[in-house]
Design a protein around this ligand. Structure first.
Ligand code: NAP
Length: 273
């Protein structure tokens, strides 16, 4: 394979290990050149060497801490100026497992910076070019805690709910402009995420834990199917479809000049008038 017939460059954040490193491998095998972003320069370099050797694709690395404004701006500039980029995988993220009362609020703030602010800024950097060129793909790695925020740390759940809501709005705005948008909601996946979040993955029931290989292969199969939200572990897609249908049906009824009858405001006003 040569770099000449590229499917465009995929820029992947958090590509030094875990889910992002598997995306790098799979997207190179699908014919993408790569720009791999993370903090750990040595890990990035050895992954880039391995993938370039295996696939013949061009693989660049960018050492960046996406919670640092200057680094984030630098990666944003690459997305804004490199018209060869056809895919953004917003994957870098950290989690936490502790409850609110025992969590350090500064760490929560750092998590919001990476999971929400960086993802948002990089999407803003990439999307106008994709729209102008009439094609592009944005993959946003959310989590099942987006719809089950009681499971882990609440701020982590909140950040991933943001990613899902943002993804819905991106689909709404960009789908008819040739831009594919997909949110991926992994369940527990065997990566270093769990060590960083403070709970070793081997403490979880192993029947709940997917390999990063299977997770990414299922997520890419979901992308090929045209899914805008992919939950790799959910056996029955109809369950998600019903959940979404209920949300959309309710969204027609949740703004009104008249308070809901169950609050009895009309009666109350009459009595106190
Ligand atoms: P991981 O193995 O810990 O990998 C996280 C990646 O993000 C690494 O490449 C890390 O590289 C990078 N990263 C962390 N902080 C960064 C920063 N400040 N700036 C730039 N890069 C940074 O975790 P993972 O499981 O692959 O997680 C990937 C995504 O999946 C995350 O968004 C996570 O929330 C989501 N997810 C994971 C699970 C799970 O069970 N594993 C479940 C649901 C969702 P460096 O350390 O080199 O910077």
């Amino acid at each position: 394979m040569t770099s000449i017939q590229t499917k465009g460059i995929a820029l992947i954040t958090g590509a030094s290990t875990g889910i992002g490193a598997i995306y790098a491998d799979r997207l190179a095998k699908r014919g993408h050149d790569l720009i791999l972003v993370a903090r750990n320069k040595d890990r990035l370099a050895s992954l880039a060497r391995r993938i370039a050797g295996d696939t013949g694709r061009k693989v660049e690395t960018v050492e960046a801490d996406l919670t640092v404004a200057a680094d984030l701006r630098r990666v944003g500039d690459i997305l804004r100026t490199n018209a060869g980029i056809s895919m953004l995988v917003n994957n870098a993220g950290v989690g936490a497992t502790g409850p609110l009362v025992s969590s350090d609020v500064d760490k929560m703030d750092d998590m919001i910076s990476l999971n929400v602010t960086a993802l948002t800024r990089l999407t803003y950097a990439a999307a106008p070019g994709f729209v102008a060129r009439g094609h592009g793909t944005i993959i946003n790695i959310s989590s099942i805690v987006a719809i089950a925020p009681e499971v882990l740390n609440g701020v982590y759940g909140g950040t991933k709910a943001f990613v899902l809501a943002f993804n819905h709005s991106l689909v709404h705005e960009l789908a008819d402009k040739g831009v594919r948008v997909q949110a991926v909601l992994p369940g527990a996946t065997a990566t270093e995420f769990w060590d960083v979040a403070g709970m070793p993955v081997h403490h979880l029931p192993q029947q709940m834990v997917m390999s990063a290989n299977d997770l990414v292969d299922a997520a890419l199969a979901g992308l090929d199917l045209g899914e805008t939200v992919t939950i790799p572990s959910l056996p029955n897609q109809a369950e998600w479809d019903r959940y979404e249908a209920a949300r959309r049906a309710m969204s027609d009824k949740i703004s009104s000049a008249i308070p809901a009858p169950r609050y009895n405001l009309r009666n109350h006003e009459r009595i106190s008038a």
